[in-house]
Design a binder for this molecule. Structure first.
Ligand SMILES: *Cc1c(COP(=O)(O)O)cnc(C)c1O
Length: 341
């Protein structure tokens, strides 16, 4: 199969229309079989549930080419399960998890020419999502939904090496206690836009959000979970019911324990103790891990020991091991790489 003529290594993170996307509709209590289509436009009623009351959830994952030339998707079963949890929380019908994985596979297969070659650093980003489509004016869940999956090629996250980020502790909250912080829904992002735009205006890369009720514990950023490394090489990640359960973070914690033999802890992390950590990173599908160099808490600067120049040594090892597993250079745990035949 001939690849698209794209300068893969210089792609950014933006939408590029690819050949095929998957669409299935939910009506009268059942999901249609679903089709692959060329049509990238969505036409819905002006009063659709998603447009009025933001009834929509999504996922984000990647397909890429391994060293031995296979096209694989990383742990899509976990995205399927997480999207089911998100849907239930917003009173949406669950798109069956097996069909989710099959739809994502179909989209990758139909856009195989868009899957970047091994070694380019680029990947095919996959975006499954669903939304309420029928008119809803009184506040209630929609009765009809659409589930879609599209693919778009994205470039290497770190061009010319990973530069540690500078964060600030936000005065805004990301998620309420007992709210929707643990699900992947557009509504959590809509309300984060003001906070991120103003952080950028003030020269910061990201916001560090604290728990909304006490403002003493670390939660996450707008779109990535934290991992910290102690001076004696213990890997620590914050535990909270309002954090989105990152698949990358869960994979990294497994790698830390099972591949690197490091002690790992998922527990509450107080803002007061952040200055004691040696390394800090942000985990998510897009970058795997972005190192954090500095955290500014209302005028107090916390500089991570690993410094502002590059990833700390443990963060680097975690990054190398997980990306090695993903690219097929290091043996993967059972079920982590889903091959698209
Ligand atoms: C998607 C997301 C993450 C990262 O999750 P991954 O499964 O690792 O991509 C972290 N935090 C938030 C708020 C997210 O929406």
């Amino acid at each position: 199969m001939e690849k698209k003529n794209i300068d893969w290594s210089n792609l950014g993170f933006g939408y590029i229309k690819t050949d095929k996307r998957f669409v299935s509709n939910y009506k009268d209590g059942i999901w249609s079989e679903g089709i692959l289509t060329d049509d990238a436009e969505v036409t819905i009623n002006e009063c659709a549930g998603v447009l009025q009351y933001a009834q929509t959830v999504f996922e984000g994952m990647k397909a890429y080419t391994t060293e031995d030339g296979r096209i694989v998707i990383f742990r899509p079963d976990l995205n399927a399960a997480r999207m089911a949890d998100s849907a239930r929380r917003l009173e949406m019908p669950v798109y069956p998890e097996e069909n989710f994985v099959k739809a994502v596979e179909d989209v990758v297969r139909a856009n195989a020419a868009w899957v970047p070659p091994y070694g380019s650093g680029a990947t095919l980003y996959l975006r499954p999502y669903m939304f309420g489509t029928n008119p809803v004016i009184g506040v209630k869940p929609a009765d009809e939904y659409q589930f879609r999956v599209f693919a778009t090629p994205v470039g290497p996250y770190f061009k010319g090496g990973a530069k540690p980020l500078t964060l600030r502790v936000s005065d805004f909250d990301r998620a309420a206690p007992h709210g929707t912080g643990h699900i992947k829904a557009g509504l959590n992002y809509a309300m984060s836009l003001h906070a991120i735009v103003s952080a950028h205006e003030d020269g910061y890369d990201e916001n560090m959000y604290l728990d909304a009720s006490t403002r003493t514990k670390v939660e996450e950023t707008g779109g990535a979970n934290f991992i910290f490394v102690t001076h004696d090489n213990k890997v620590v990640t914050p535990k909270s019911d309002s954090i989105l359960p990152s698949i990358t973070r869960r994979s990294l914690m497994y790698v830390a324990k099972e591949y690197l033999g490091l002690e790992c802890e998922e527990r509450e992390v107080y803002m007061d103790e952040v200055k004691e950590f040696a390394e800090c990173g942000l985990c998510g599908t897009a970058a795997v891990i972005s190192p954090v160099g500095k955290i500014v808490d209302h005028g107090t600067e916390i500089c991570m020991r690993a410094g502002m120049e590059k990833m700390g040594p443990v963060t680097q090892k975690l990054y190398d091991t997980l990306t090695g597993i993903q690219m097929g250079r290091i043996e993967a745990p059972e079920g982590w790489l889903h091959t698209v035949e």
